[in-house]
Design a protein. Structure first.
Length: 339
């Protein structure tokens, strides 16, 4: 039977790097995006137009997106490659438009990005900490932003944070998550990514949450964004996908964390997610198609092309970990490179 497609949104260059204390060279950020695309990822979150006082690491987003390397990449994959960027407010959208309007943009050249990602919180405490707004203030500012982005032909994605727990308030009501999700879809977001910002989720908690959210929103419009603080990230991803979620956010080498979510670790690793899904009857688009109906990963030993593609992905995780001077956060990536 045909394998179900699961879309992977790589958030490493944004969620993964936004929390790094050391100032990272722009060249590293550009190379990371380039290598991720080269390994087959097609939805790569490239940065954010947030206040540099709040998240200094993302201050170079315009510079990253001005890179001739990335512009060439984007034009090489005209319909496939998406490099979404986070926008927190109208000011952020203006900065993005300034970039899109500035040289070397020509009529023939595609805009470097055609997608924005908005973000709101399911708890008041996190809304205040992350955006300095209440939930209703943050939602109220979005319709004109969405309208302007769509007016320029851009796609609009949205995140809801702290869907399974808040660092300041603890338990978060699934009904509240459902309400905010519905509002974002009604406003015109094509997809809402449910963020377990502090990574407390388990398969059981995700199932309960999705039961609540799908009373208000179709499962096809949801994505799972699992931080892996408690080591349940891959299990959560598998359960969400089994329940019908079509899109999963992950980060290479499990990089990441939100500066306003103390103690939370990075996202579930892209390598681990690809390994688990590709061995469980799903296709992520990153590895060549299975030629037989077997689900076993061991068959990679025979299917050299699939193994090579996975190792290529794993090499990106190894490379970026070395550049950042931290251990490789992907178990599957480490294992594959030890073989
Ligand atoms: P504020 O301090 O209330 O805003 O912050 P303000 O309007 O008073 O502005 C303060 C200064 O920032 C001013 O500069 C503004 O001009 C400037 P000054 O006059 O002092 O020189 N400013 C900006 N500069 C650049 N770009 C902008 C911008 N806006 C204002 N867009 C604000 C409010 C929303 C700006 C702030 O709270 C902010 O930037 N928050 C973003 C925080 C963030 O990026 N968090 C991480 C991303 S979300 C996440 O990681 C969760 C996710 O992964 C899902 C999950 O895991 O749950 C998506
Ligand atoms: Mg996140």
């Amino acid at each position: 039977s045909a394998r179900r497609q699961v879309k992977i949104v790589e958030v490493g260059p944004r969620d993964g790097l936004q929390n790094e204390k050391q100032t990272l060279p722009t060249e590293l950020k550009i190379s990371l995006i380039e290598k991720l695309v080269d390994a087959g990822l097609r939805d790569v979150e490239a940065g954010s137009f947030v206040s540099p006082k709040w998240v200094p690491q993302m201050a170079s987003t315009s510079e990253v997106l001005s890179s001739p390397i990335l512009r060439t990449l984007r034009n090489r994959h005209p319909t496939l490659l998406s490099l979404p960027v986070l926008v927190p407010n109208a000011r952020g959208l203006q900065s993005l438009f300034t970039l899109l309007d500035s040289p070397p943009h020509s009529d023939e050249e595609l805009p470097i990005t055609s997608e924005i990602a908005l973000f709101v919180s399911a708890s008041e405490g996190f809304a205040k900490a992350n955006l300095n707004m209440s939930i209703s203030q943050s939602l109220a500012q979005l319709p004109p932003i969405i309208e302007q982005a769509k007016g320029r032909g851009m796609a609009v994605r949205a995140y809801v944070s702290v869907v399974l727990g808040c660092p300041f308030e603890g338990r978060v009501d699934g009904k509240q998550v459902a309400e905010v999700t519905k509002e974002l879809l009604d406003m015109g977001a094509y997809e809402v990514s449910l963020g377990d910002t502090i990574g407390v989720g388990t398969p059981g908690l995700w199932e309960e949450l999705l039961g609540e959210v799908t009373k208000k929103a179709p499962i096809e419009k949801l994505a799972a964004h699992c931080h892996d603080t408690y080591g349940t990230g891959v299990a959560n991803v598998l359960r969400c996908v089994e329940l019908g979620i079509p899109t999963v956010d992950s980060s290479i080498s499990a990089l990441g964390g939100c500066p306003y979510s103390p103690g939370a670790t990075g996202n579930v690793s892209t390598e681990d997610v690809v390994y688990a899904l590709e061995s469980s009857g799903y296709s992520t688009g990153l590895l060549p198609a299975h030629t037989d109906s077997s689900k076993r990963w061991d068959d990679l030993a025979e299917a050299g092309e699939r193994r090579d593609a996975f190792e290529k992905l794993a090499e990106v995780g190894k490379w970026v970990s070395q550049r950042l001077g931290r251990p490789n956060g992907s178990r599957a990536g480490q294992a594959a490179l030890k073989r």
